[in-house]
Design a protein around this ligand. Structure first.
Ligand code: CMP
Length: 216
């Protein structure tokens, strides 16, 4: 039996799509590691549910309230049927203390999450909607885009974009429509295809100039 199978035998549980694992504000009792499926992390902002991130295999969540004893900072809902490791605080601490590699992997993931959050803050400081969408896509293409013969593929669903950049879906669709007409971006079954990353960057520079000098 592989090490992964042993872990799953001890801590594994299956959850159906739509199952709420915990809600923002709950007390934290365990942390989770995704083995398969997808889990959406979201926050209620006024009366709208905003998706912060969708997590897949190899990613973990729910560690924050265990580490700092605060209530859950966000809600976790199963999006696609998921197999998860459900780990109680004592086991979690023993794992981190006993295995430096686990600790290093966690620190790297947390650093990446912080970098993403910094980029989100920078993005929210941009005033116009076009710039926010273009800036976000440019960063994502550089960070996790997959090169293909037709451009750089960003594996993200269009409906996730709004929550990430604080815009309504209608606004996002409006801007995407503009980018599609300008042949900068294409929507595909696997995500968004940035046809020419350099042109996208130039477009952002153009928008920045417009913001600085206004329409002439
Ligand atoms: P916790 O606060 O216990 O419960 C909600 C979890 O969502 C949190 O731990 C993190 O694991 C996860 N989480 C919160 N914010 C983000 C984010 N911006 N990106 C990824 N995961 C997050």
């Amino acid at each position: 039996m592989s090490a992964d199978d042993k872990l799953y035998e001890r801590f594994g549980r299956e959850f159906p799509a739509g199952h709420v694992l915990f809600r923002e504000g709950d007390a934290g009792r365990e942390m989770f590691v995704v083995q398969s499926g997808k889990v959406r992390i979201s926050k209620q902002v006024r009366d709208v549910e905003k998706t912060l991130v969708v997590l897949g295999p190899g990613e973990f969540f729910g560690e924050m309230s265990i580490l700092n004893n605060n209530p859950r900072s966000a809600t976790a809902t199963v999006d696609d049927p998921a197999k998860l490791l459900v780990i109680d605080p004592k086991t979690f601490e023993a794992m981190v203390r006993g295995n430096a590699e686990i600790a290093v992997r966690m620190i790297k993931k947390l650093a990446a999450r912080l970098q993403e959050t910094d980029e989100q803050i920078e993005n929210l400081l941009l005033r116009d909607h076009n710039s926010r969408v273009v800036h976000f896509l440019g960063n994502l293409a550089a960070r996790q885009g997959k090169p293909t013969p037709d451009g750089v593929l960003i594996e993200i669903a269009v409906k996730e974009l709004g929550g990430k950049i604080g815009l309504d879906n209608e606004r996002v669709d409006e801007v995407l429509g503009r980018l599609i007409r300008a042949r900068l971006v294409k929507i595909t079954d696997s995500g968004l295809l940035v046809q020419d990353v350099n042109k996208l960057r130039e477009f952002l520079e153009f928008l920045e100039m417009k913001e600085k000098f206004g329409e002439i």
